[in-house]
Write a protein that binds this ligand. Structure first.
Ligand code: GDP
Length: 452
């Protein structure tokens, strides 16, 4: 972290102001070299100065410069922010000047990475910053905020603390000053119940993390069904707008049309596929292939049938294909006479609708909610893990605790059992970045936008 880094921190484009940000030991020196105004080197911390950015004698822009000295800054290093007039040419010119004077262009997320490396935040909080910037729903924002303010991290911290105090410390103390008659008594009466207790807590967090992933990533949903059963009409009804174009010519929705609805804080990304049917037509066949692929990629399939028509072989093939998937069978066009063999369908998974008469939409949404247990999701103050890496470290930590429990049941020496418990402690540390892997750090921060 020897370099001084610089980047444009506002969105590039035309706006009232833009901010060029520098962080590092040389930040103040560099800006002072291209500056006409009071001496910035002598500036106290957290002070804003009015002056000009100059290239040799030429004035480039009239600006406000904020001086923030380490350690009470975003990165923990000296930071200078140049508020210049908005616009691509001016902002770029100022960035160029600071680079010429010794700063290096920051990588995406590098300011936040320095904040992490300087110990100001942990990894979950860093993820929270990214998620906060990216949040598109209020629930995503609330979840990101709880990552950022440390509420999520403290759940993991507490687990580590318990492992340390209630298990590892016990083992150490008893090895040095045995108060139990033998090790077996210690492990059975003290360590084993604590291990089981910790494991339960970890499993609860793991179970709940599904909710976090759902809030954060949403549920991939596809609408499948033969042409003309009412897929586009359904998508329209769900989205409440004329996004998919509805026609009564078979096979007109060849292209995939998509949209998003939020139910109980969880976004469903809905894709309407081309109609599935046997066809000679090449374009249509591409559509069918796409639909079948789509079933594989979906977390939820909305399979639409026409109440007025009998089941076809193709419908049966699809029903077989989606047998073990999260699915809802939508029996549409209930305003028409029933010819469909309803008794051959799994009743609990069916919803009756008439998109034409606007009937059944609430039942469908209710079913979607039930299927993913969304009524249990905490949307007000969610403290779930959301990140795939975090979840996989948690799983590893549970496996390590399992190993320890297994070790005890096999009367393994306590120092061998202790190795597994320490491993779990380390794996929990990986979630918050207390023990960290470079690869993981790079992966997270490279997803940030430039200048963050
Ligand atoms: P898709 O090919 O599966 O996307 O079907 P569309 O949504 O384009 O609908 C095909 C035709 O069925 C259109 O003429 C719709 O107006 C009609 N339709 C859709 N839903 C209903 C319904 O609930 N009842 C009736 N009677 N017609 C419907």
């Amino acid at each position: 972290m020897e370099d001084t880094i610089a980047a444009i921190s506002t969105a590039l484009g035309v706006g009232a102001i833009s901010i060029v940000r520098l962080s590092g030991k040389e930040a103040i020196q560099i800006v002072n070299e291209i500056w006409k105004g009071s001496d910035l080197i002598k500036s106290p911390t957290h002070k804003i100065h009015y002056g000009k950015i100059v290239e040799k004698e030429k004035e480039i822009d009239e600006v406000l410069v904020s001086i923030m000295r380490a350690p009470n800054t975003y990165t923990g290093e000296d930071i200078v922010e140049i508020n210049c007039h908005g616009g691509i040419a001016t902002t770029n010119k100022i960035l160029e000047l600071v680079l010429e004077h010794g700063a290096r262009l920051a990588r995406p997320g590098e300011f936040t990475e320095r904040r992490f490396l300087n110990g100001k935040i942990d990894l979950i909080q860093a993820q929270g910053i990214k998620d906060l910037v990216d949040a598109t729903t209020d629930e995503k924002r609330a979840l990101a905020m709880n990552q950022l303010n440390g509420k999520v991290s403290s759940k993991i911290e507490n687990l580590r603390q318990e492992i340390l105090e209630k298990i590892l410390a016990q083992i150490e103390v008893n090895i040095d000053y045995p108060e139990y008659e033998d090790i077996e008594q210690l492990t059975n009466e003290q360590i084993l119940p604590e291990l089981k207790n910790i494991k339960n807590k970890m499993q609860d967090i793991l179970k709940e993390s599904k909710n976090g992933v759902m809030i954060q990533q949403g549920i991939k949903t596809s609408i499948i069904g033969r042409p003309n059963v009412g897929k586009s009409s359904l998508l329209n009804a769900l989205l409440g707008e004329e996004k998919a174009i509805v026609t009564d010519i078979e096979g007109t929705t060849r292209d995939i049309v998509e949209g998003e609805i939020v139910i109980s804080g969880v976004p469903f990304h809905i894709i309407d596929t081309a109609g599935i049917r046997k066809s000679e037509q090449l374009v249509e066949q591409i559509g069918i292939k796409k639909s079948l692929e789509m079933i594989d990629q979906s977390e939820l399939v909305l399979f639409v049938l026409n109440n007025h028509e009998k089941l076809t072989d193709q419908d049966r093939t699809i029903l077989k294909k989606i047998e073990n998937k999260n699915k809802i069978i939508i029996i549409n066009k209930t305003d028409l006479k029933t010819n469909l063999e309803i008794d051959q369908l799994p009743k609990e998974e069916c919803v009756f609708m008439s998109t034409l008469k606007e009937q059944g939409l609430d039942d469908l949404k209710e079913k979607m909610k039930e299927l993913f247990h969304l009524e249990k999701i905490q949307t007000e103050d969610p403290t779930y893990l959301t990140n795939a890496n975090s979840i996989s470290f948690l799983k590893q930590a549970i496996a390590s605790i399992d190993q320890a429990i297994d070790g005890i049941s096999k009367n393994m020496p306590i120092d061998m059992v202790e190795i597994d418990i320490k491993k779990a402690w380390d794996e929990l540390g990986l979630i918050i970045g207390k023990t960290y892997q470079d690869e993981l750090i790079n992966q997270l921060f490279s997803q940030f936008c430039l200048g963050k």
